[in-house]
Design a protein around this ligand. Structure first.
Ligand code: ATP
Length: 436
């Protein structure tokens, strides 16, 4: 990477230019803190979610998946504590009128104008409220969920029974969450609508500390080994006891070194039996677990891992970003790990004419059965490579006029730009070997 410091603007303009991420409702002037994922972005996002699902659910015997509803009975949010306590304290700067979160004041001064006089702090509810039902009398106030985990807690008994899981075991889900965030900068880092990848692991109270350690390590390793994030850009930040959430006994954040500084990408929490106890009390339904072997009955404790999809996507993009020079020409590359790269292979006939398409198109059709691929026949080859480098495509396959004679193609590797010539009939196996 060149010495120039990476900025969020560089990432967001690349994201827009190459079809990763756009401002929502842009033709109407946009809606703050809401984002749309374009054709390349949605592939990256799906790859991140699938990788998480593979490691947290599919490759484990002790975690099962679910997908709960966004709208839930309003009492859920009373029991969880959100109706009473999910708010930010806001102040208005008397100097520049900016509304700021009290906990975001920099040494008691306004982050915009440096002023130090403010209005009294006021509560600001972070949950979006809407209404279910169409008649005046049958209408009910409901909330858009601000986290996915409550759907897991209220279905704990049902999922445990049908999956025949025994404690210790976990339930995982990926889904949308909504928060009416006050601070709306930092691109997709803090959005009002975002996705979470959450896993609640139910354990015997005596084993909670052990499982907390287990998940802290497993999640740390995931970013490095599975997503390929550079270790030096990650750190674990334990919460100080005085900063713990009301439900937590211990908590640690995994932070990434973003262009705007170190910020949380995932939280790992020991939530005790707080949530199940609350839901048992408010619903009147028993959420006690009965260990058939020992006869013991108890409310399990919960170790939670809670990651944001958008923050993981932003982490992947910032970490992969690089610039170098090839033959005196500057290029921008996203050096994604191949398992999250949106496009795995690009296929280029050197020219549109001359019978090359007859070879290139069938190859492309074969490769697309296995991976998300792109076919590009427009413009000079250098420009086509650069376009693929910018979206992080690991391999480009070029069919040229020699291919007609020697039945071989050139494969170019993204990071090294090294090229190899291999037989047309070997291309798929060659790629399978490298895109494992
Ligand atoms: P922050 O302190 O940054 O507001 P948080 O501590 O409120 O985050 P949690 O409630 O622990 O976050 O949510 C778990 C994860 O969900 C976070 O680590 C983050 O990845 C993601 N997340 C939370 N709020 C947002 C948001 N507004 N936009 C995008 N992702 C979010």
């Amino acid at each position: 990477m060149s010495e120039k410091k990476l900025t969020l603007d560089t990432i967001s303009s690349l994201a827009k230019r190459r079809g990763f991420i756009f401002q929502s409702s842009e033709i109407y002037g946009g809606l703050a803190s809401c984002w749309d994922f374009g054709p390349i972005g949605v592939e990256l996002k799906n790859n991140v979610k699938n990788l998480w699902w593979k490691h947290v659910v599919r490759m484990r015997d002790d975690v099962v998946g679910m997908d709960s509803s966004i709208l839930m009975h309003p009492d859920v949010w009373v029991a969880s504590g959100h109706v009473g306590a999910f708010h930010d304290m806001l102040v208005d700067c008397l100097g520049c009128k900016t509304r700021v979160r009290e906990d975001h004041l920099v040494n008691g001064k306004c982050p915009r104008c440096g002023g130090s006089e403010f209005t009294e702090p006021q509560k600001f509810q972070l949950m979006f409220k809407t209404q279910a039902g169409s008649t005046e009398t049958g209408k009910m106030d409901v909330w858009l969920r601000p986290e996915t985990c409550q759907g897991i807690f209220v279905d704990f008994k049902a999922v445990q029974t049908v999956s025949r899981q025994k404690v210790p075991f976990g339930i995982a889900q990926i889904g949308k969450s909504f928060r009416n965030e006050v601070t709306t900068k930092s691109f997709i880092f803090r959005s009002r609508e975002f996705e979470q990848m959450e896993m609640e692991f139910f354990v015997h109270p005596d084993k909670a500390d052990e499982w907390y350690e287990h998940w802290r390590e497993a999640r740390w390793n995931f970013y490095i080994d599975a997503m390929g994030i550079k270790k030096e850009n990650l750190k674990l930040e334990p919460h100080k006891p005085e900063n713990l959430a009301h439900y937590a006994k211990a908590a640690v954040d995994i932070e990434y070194n973003f262009p705007m500084g170190w910020q949380e990408i995932e939280g790992i929490h020991n939530r005790t039996d707080f949530d199940l106890k609350q839901h048992q009390e408010h619903s009147g339904k028993s959420l006690i677990y009965h260990n058939q072997e020992t006869g013991e009955k108890y409310i399990p404790w919960v170790i939670e891992t809670s990651a944001g999809v958008e923050r993981s996507v932003l982490t992947a993009m910032c970490d992969a970003y690089d610039e170098d020079e090839i033959g005196g020409e500057k290029r921008t590359i996203l050096k994604f790990n191949s398992n999250i790269a949106p496009v795995k292979v690009a296929v280029f006939p050197l020219q549109k004419k001359g019978g090359l398409e007859e070879i290139a198109m069938p190859l492309y059709r074969t490769l697309m059965e296995k991976w998300f691929c792109q076919y590009d026949e427009a413009g000079n080859i250098g420009r086509r490579y650069r376009r693929q480098d910018e979206i992080g495509t690991p391999y480009c396959v070029t069919i040229d006029f020699d291919t007609i004679e020697d039945k071989a193609v050139t494969i170019r590797e993204r990071d090294t730009t090294e090229q190899v010539r291999i037989g047309l009939d070997k291309v798929k196996d060659w790629l399978v070997e490298r895109l494992k």
